[in-house]
Design a protein around this ligand. Structure first.
Ligand code: SAH
Length: 345
């Protein structure tokens, strides 16, 4: 693995100014990582890349909700669209239901923006969700976006909780306990955890979800979020690195591997709770896809291409089976007041 200059930059920063928060390390690493490559299929694979059925069922979910809401003018927004595969598959399913909304992508990577432009010509790109124009209702989708946003880690010491920092020992990066944090930073039920326990919080993810919920409360619409993670806030170090389809050490080669953390759906749901927004889920990805009719779609695709039938069945299993992506991945939605109840939950 060839190290990017990011590792050297971070070493110099730490050597001169002292250890940095895990969140800064993760933010810098992922900006460099995604900024310079298309990792999908090479470093890791995601649900929309496993099968067209994933994006199609998302498109169906949107079209169904939109038509029951009275078919108003809307905009489609996707955060972290990767190669644009989900959006392209969803657009096909939406078109079949006479819905062809303008497409807005929130994406910071120039490399991935180019890949998205090939699959979804006519999309508009934004650096931040808050930049989406207009006042029409929004239909917002994100798959494996929130897991890539920077987390903070707190580690329980003998007498207090400490922010976890990243320091260096020679050339090596390693985590170390930093200054203590006030008790108020830690949920009450977890404050007395054993020494060495790790608690993660995702302030960026909460801020982005809060922005989406505010926009939906004000403009109408809905959001549908998929990610891997847990339903309740809990303890544990979930920061992980992936490169070439393998788990790797997150403290090695920042910028050359994908850094993610489990999404805390309880915290995400709390950040979305607004007066004029209703929350649905989280449920498992497997349950959501089954409820949306993935088995019917599997059969239809297999009938249309009998030679591909084993491949289609195995993609379905990969998305739905609890032993594969079906249980670890969750689906959660929120919908504006006055909008119908969404399918799948
Ligand atoms: N949703 C796609 C890709 C998931 S990978 C799929 O399911 O295949 C994560 C995506 O989020 C990439 O497109 C990456 O460039 C984007 N991303 C990561 N951090 C981001 C940030 N801070 N702002 C905007 N996009 C980001």
């Amino acid at each position: 693995m060839i190290e990017t200059s990011l590792a050297d930059r971070l070493r110099r920063l730490i050597a001169s100014a002292g250890p940095i928060p895990v969140s800064l390390y993760m933010a810098e690493a992922n900006a460099a990582y995604y900024g310079t490559r298309d990792p999908l299929g090479r470093d890791f694979i995601t649900a929309p890349e496993v099968s067209q059925m994933f994006g199609e069922l998302v498109g169906l979910w949107i079209a169904d909700l939109w038509s029951r809401a009275g078919a108003p003018p809307v905009r489609y927004v996707e955060l972290g669209p990767g190669r644009g595969t989900l959006a392209a598959d969803a657009a096909r399913a939406m078109r079949a239901a006479a819905l062809a909304p303008p497409v807005h992508f929130v994406e910071t990577s120039p490399t991935l923006r180019a890949a998205q432009a090939e699959r979804v010509p006519g999309a508009t790109w934004h650096d931040r969700f808050a930049d989406i124009p207009g006042d029409e209702p929004l239909l917002v989708v994100a798959n494996e976006f929130f897991d890539a946003l920077p987390i903070r880690q707190f580690v329980r010491g003998r007498a207090a909780w400490h922010e976890r920092l990243v320091t260096i020992e020679g050339e090596r990066f390693l985590p170390a306990a930093g200054p203590s944090v006030p008790d108020a930073a830690i949920p009450e039920s977890l404050r007395g955890a054993d020494e060495g326990s790790v608690l993660e919080v995702a302030p960026m993810a909460a801020a982005v979800i809060g922005d989406i919920a505010d926009a939906i409360a004000a403009r109408g619409g809905a959001a549908l979020v998929f990610d891997y993670g847990h339903v309740r806030t809990g303890l544990g170090d979930t920061l992980q690195a992936v490169a070439a389809n393998r788990y790797a050490d997150p403290w090695v080669a920042p910028g050359d591997q994908d850094l993610t953390a489990h999404v805390d759906f309880q915290a995400l749901g709390d950040a979305a709770r607004r007066e004029r927004v209703s929350l649905f889920g989280p449920t498992t990805q497997g349950a959501w896809l089954s409820e949306m009719g993935i088995d019917v779609r599997t059969e239809a695709l297999s009938r249309a291409a009998p030679g591909r039938s084993p491949e289609i069945a195995s993609a379905r299993d990969r998305l739905v089976s609890p032993r594969q992506m079906g249980a670890l991945f969750k689906a959660m939605a929120f919908v504006a007041e006055g909008w119908p109840q969404p399918a799948g939950f």
